[in-house]
Design a protein around this ligand. Structure first.
Ligand code: GUN
Length: 283
């Protein structure tokens, strides 16, 4: 039996349609959601992500600005740009694409973004709000995963959820969102003993490791829900996830790469941007 494919592309198209309708309603009230995307340097993967974010903005009827700084830019150059964007009323949300060149401290940049414009939900104020369950913005990738679970009527309540990876962008907030929904959550990482054994107990397994084919069929419980957050390139340069495709024969549900979590992440960024526009205009 082959797992049901959780179609993030189709769900994204549906949600973006809803966002476009909401944008039209906001525009009728004189408010245009605006996103500023900042790219520092010329990392090819980041260039693709930024292009996809701009395209999504135009699909959703948003105003968008792209700011490209050279790889040699100083931290102060970036902080000055963020200060201008914080003060610009046309900009509802600011996204600085990570990773940044090594001369720039990521935490200083994240902290400089006005929390009301922090559509990534990376600012410590927003991270804290997520922790206590009283938030304005949800981090985009974990929020996209929750939307996919809801679409396929998979309820984490009471289930064993295993998140592999403990990054601030995905693993940690993913665990928190599953916990909010009453999952029993384990976070695994590179120091975890018997990682394969823990994964094999998961009803819902989320792989956010960054290594192609890391999750093999032996690590998956029969009929589990397997969410693949990985975005890797194999030897032929083809995009592939963290989950070995052979897992398709063992899982009940699985997200494809590409076309699963990726499009949902960008769609959740659009949702955060429209939310930011509303918050800033008391609508
Ligand atoms: N780099 C990889 N994923 C992300 C993301 O969700 N947001 C930002 N800003 N940079 C990223």
């Amino acid at each position: 039996m082959s797992a049901i494919r959780m179609d993030g592309k189709a769900l994204s198209a549906k949600v973006r349609g809803q966002i476009l309708a909401e944008t039209e309603a906001l525009k009728a009230q004189g408010v245009v959601p605006g996103l500023a995307v900042i790219l520092v340097g010329d990392d090819p993967a980041s260039q693709i992500y930024v292009r996809n974010k701009e395209r999504a903005c135009s699909e959703c009827g948003f105003y968008s600005e792209k700011h490209v700084l050279p790889a040699t830019a100083s931290e102060q150059d970036l902080l000055d740009l963020i200060e201008r964007l914080n003060a610009n009323p046309k900009i509802s949300g600011i996204l600085c694409q990570l990773p940044l060149p090594e001369q720039i401290r990521e935490d200083a940049v994240i902290a400089a973004i006005d929390p009301k414009k922090d559509v990534d939900a990376f600012h410590p104020v927003n991270v804290g709000k997520i922790m206590v369950g009283d938030f304005d913005f949800l981090p985009c990738t974990p929020a996209g995963v929750m939307e996919l679970l809801d679409e396929y009527q998979i309820d984490p309540a009471g289930k064993r959820c295993v998140v592999v990876g403990r990054s601030n962008i995905v693993g940690k907030p993913m665990a928190m969102l599953l916990l909010h929904r009453h999952g029993t959550v384990t976070i695994c990482h590179s120091r975890t003993h018997d990682l394969a054994g823990l994964c094999a107990q998961a009803d819902i397994l989320v792989a956010a490791v960054g290594k192609a084919g890391f999750i093999t069929p032996e690590m998956v419980k029969p009929d589990a829900v397997v969410i693949d957050v990985g975005m890797n390139r194999n030897e032929e340069g083809k995009v592939c996830g963290d989950v070995d495709p052979a897992v398709l024969d063992k899982a009940a549900y699985m997200t494809p790469v590409p076309g699963g979590v990726g499009p949902m992440t960008i769609t959740m960024l659009m949702r955060n941007t429209i939310k930011a526009a509303r918050l800033q205009n008391n609508l």
